[in-house]
Design a protein. Sequence first.
Length: 379
Amino acid sequence: MKKYLLSPGPTPVPEEILQIMSEPMVHHRTPAFKAMVGQAIEGLKYVFQTENDVLIFSASGTGAMEGAVSNVLNKGEKAIIIRNGKFAERWGEIAEKYGIESLYVDLPWGTVGQPATLDNLLKENPDVKAVYTQLTETSTGVVMPVKELGEIVSKTDALLVIDAISGLGGQEFYMDDWNVDICVAGSQKGLMLPPGHAYAAISEKAWTKIEKCTQPNYYFDWKLYRKKLATNTDPFTGSVLHIKGLLKAIEIIKEDGIQTRFNRYRNLATACRAAIKALGLEMFAETPCDVVTAVKVPKTVDGLALVKKMRDEYGFTIAGGQAGVKGKIFRIAHMGYIERFDIIAVISVLEMVLHDLGWKFEWGAGLSAAQKILAEEYK
Ligand SMILES: *Cc1c(COP(=O)(O)O)cnc(C)c1O
């Protein structure tokens, strides 16, 4: 059976990237490799839309999240964490480990809250040092109003820290224009690479705070990584193959242009949403993002069976719900190396599985709604 991967990480890797990542090993301390690292960093700046330093870590995305707490805040310092999904909760868990005093903005999953809430909280707590949230909260499919949050936080001494692990490269995002101080990402979602690389882009405002941070860090000591930037070296033995793959991924992204890619994922998302609606289903996210579509499972349908059937009987890996929404939602990812005919295929299978599970709809309704949008707008 042919396998399709439409999960929100890992995502499919283009053949040309896989090929490069199977080339013979090169040594990580050679001039040729350092040149590649330099080029990769420059390329990442384009993807982040930033002039800031970008650090590369051999780790999963969470490694960069941990560093964005442990390098920034001292024990007992205050942070605001907007908690509206599984990955938002992760910020809280990390902060707790490092003894940070977290002020939580707890919101129902699938919602994003009001920027004014943050504004007020910052005014009431002028000693808050950083605000943590996501660009796209993968567990619920929402996009956060990062630009608005940036306008608010940039007027204060606090830093805005964004987890763009699933959003980077797909969801519209401009780090510098939107006043983001630290942005973290990972390789296996929008960047079309296997898991194993994490990235952090860091503003000067953030570096000033990082210089004053005294938390113990060894592998994720960002000050050490910054020192090594001058020579394009990793303090340790970085993933050589990921650097090679990353260069190819950046080449692909640059060839399209980042704006074209934002438009394309928006089109894929719009097509998915239209299909969902045409099948009589409802979106889970209040403000749906462009990289993953989260859908409410109707009461009469078994949500766990839906995801399992798609994978085991049809070869399509999508994602179910996590934690509190397990069995209650399913998620179709359209990040990274996913194009319009992958959407056609997954909607087609979704119809078959919904039919198997007794949901009533008109055959082809979802497909036709998606196809119309993919045909009209996709460039
Ligand atoms: C996947 C994901 C993470 C976790 O990344 P890992 O690479 O699994 O460590 C964190 N935040 C968001 C928004 C994600 O989508």
